[in-house]
Ligand binder design. Structure first.
Ligand SMILES: Cc1cc2nc3c(=O)[nH]c(=O)nc-3n(C[C@H](O)[C@H](O)[C@H](O)COP(=O)(O)OP(=O)(O)OC[C@H]3O[C@@H](n4cnc5c(N)ncnc54)[C@H](O)[C@@H]3O)c2cc1C
Length: 469
């Protein structure tokens, strides 16, 4: 048994780091544990795109913006599905969070803020990032956090995995249990904050919460859903699975490992789309180069198993840039040598490799080639009609919707207290970050920055206010 901490923070990632820093700066006695052997969590993976209204950066660029406009704009993109309580708390605190990050060394990339980039655009320029994805944010936190740890103001324990919450007779949380290098330990504290991320790297948890959604994830391997498991023991309300949206698109590097997802480069902003996409019936099902990422994601979401096949020929392979992040030679070598990268000398053979009807695929290719000749795609209005699919070998990539975020999560009130299924706050238990569920902060769409920025903002809020609530 250890000391009685003011705050026990489970996780030293995007939410946990600002929390620990701000709490320690206010003199709180804080224990921070992380299952990993390093700090940073998903910041080691994330693109680091963040958003806020009313930042110093916006003001310096003459951009007039407000939390109310951010609220309305985000709900527009998310079809009104963002949790209103959480969104209100977020928009009112997001700008202070980014201003503070800049105070401690975060440098926005030149040209930011912008209205849109990877996702549907905002109506004004409030979207930004650093030069080195989310590592730019971690690099700003690290020296401040390191110093507080060195001064003994944050007791940081790495390779400590929380395995459960400890409660008293009246159900109030009084601490945590953790697997540590010394075996199981119990740590007692006045408040516990779950800042231990999502569950998209935990296939068991995923299959239990989202059995109908096939998993192809690319995320921090420590996102195993431990926070949800622990809070569920106390009857916490967990919801949001209906808000799932896949990212467009990826493939499983190891078909037997649902967490081995890798991205394909599919945005018409990043590369011309020379290829066609076909469904399980061998037919095209979408405008492959539609400018709206939301359209592309939803088109794929509707496919059985969120699966599609990308089809092209030798001429396209030789002339187009790779669809993977691999160098061209490594990319080309994958075909015929990886279960999801197939090739054949004939369209019929390719259909067999892809498991789609050969006559349907042949007709699809003939029709597409006619559209290229006519410079007009009457069926799907594809913009890039660059060359026909006519010279063998023919190639296919078995692709699917990829997951980087966990849709479900803990319900909280406007003080980030975790609520139970009756809607009551579980005493002394708080949560911040992806453990709240991506659906709670971003609805049923990818609203720019609305996972990482709420994690940062809610961590900062708890660090600053928890002890005075
Ligand atoms: C590839 C990718 C790109 C992304 N890009 C963006 C983007 O551009 N913009 C955006 O808004 N969002 C983005 N996201 C999502 C966003 O980065 C995350 O939602 C956010 O960083 C999560 O923060 P967190 O603090 O909740 O979790 P994390 O940062 O993952 O921190 C959780 C910490 O808890 C630790 N932990 C887990 N279980 C335990 C346990 N039982 N005991 C102790 N410690 C534990 C973990 O090791 C980890 O360090 C992206 C995600 C991915 C995967």
């Amino acid at each position: 048994m250890s000391d009685n901490w003011d705050i026990i923070c489970v996780g030293a990632g995007s939410a946990g780091l600002p929390l620990a820093i701000r709490a320690a700066e206010r003199g709180a006695k804080i224990l921070q544990i992380d299952a990993d052997n390093r700090i940073g969590g998903t910041m080691h993976w994330s693109s680091g795109q963040i958003a806020a209204a009313g930042t110093r950066l916006q003001k310096e660029a003459g951009i007039v913006d407000s939390p109310d406009e951010h609220y309305e704009d985000a709900q527009r993109v998310a079809h009104g599905n963002i949790d209103p309580t959480v969104m209100r708390l977020f928009v009112d605190n997001a700008a202070h969070t980014i201003d503070w990050m800049m105070d401690i060394g975060f440098k926005p990339a030149a040209g930011t803020p912008v209205a849109g980039e990877a996702h549907e655009a905002y109506s004004t320029r409030r979207y930004l990032w650093g030069d080195n994805a989310a590592i730019s944010i971690l690099d700003a936190f690290r020296p401040v956090h390191d110093k507080l740890v060195a001064e003994g103001k944050i007791d940081l324990r790495l390779e400590h995995r929380m395995t459960g919450l400890v409660t008293n007779d009246s159900g109030a949380v009084t601490g945590i249990k953790a697997d540590t290098p010394n075996g199981e330990e119990i740590f007692h504290g006045k408040n516990v904050v779950l800042a231990c991320g999502g569950y998209a790297a935990g296939p068991e948890m995923w299959n239990e919460l989202n059995p109908e959604i096939p998993l192809c994830s690319h995320c921090n391997p420590y996102s195993r859903g431990d926070g949800l498991v622990a809070a569920r023991e106390l009857n916490a309300q967990i919801d949001g699975k209906e808000k799932f949206l896949c990212t467009f698109a990826g493939y499983l590097e190891d078909p037997n490992d649902p967490t081995s997802g890798e991205f394909l480069v599919m945005s018409p902003k990043a590369r011309n789309i020379w290829e066609i996409f076909i469904d399980v019936n061998g037919k095209r099902f979408m405008k492959e180069d539609h400018q709206s990422i939301d359209y592309r994601e939803r088109s794929l979401l509707k496919q059985p198993g969120m699966r599609m096949n990308i089809v092209f020929d030798e001429g396209i392979l030789m002339n187009a840039s790779p669809l993977t992040m691999l160098e061209p030679d490594a990319y080309k070598a994958k075909f015929g040598n990886h279960p999801n990268f197939v090739k054949s000398d004939t369209i019929e053979g390719l259909a067999k490799e892809l498991g789609v009807p050969a006559d349907a695929l042949s007709t699809t290719v003939v029709d597409y080639n006619a559209a290229v000749d006519a410079k007009k795609d009457k069926e799907w209005d594809k913009f890039f009609l660059i060359r026909k699919i006519e010279t063998g070998p023919f190639y296919g990539i078995k692709s699917m919707g990829i997951t980087v975020l966990s849709p479900e999560g803990l319900q909280v009130d406007d003080n980030l207290r975790v609520l139970n299924t009756s809607g009551d706050a579980i005493p002394n238990l708080y949560a911040a970050g992806e453990v709240l569920g991506f659906g709670r902060t971003s609805g049923d769409a990818f609203v720019g920055g609305l996972s990482l920025t709420p994690a940062l903002a809610f961590g900062k809020i708890l660090g600053e206010r928890l002890l005075s609530w």
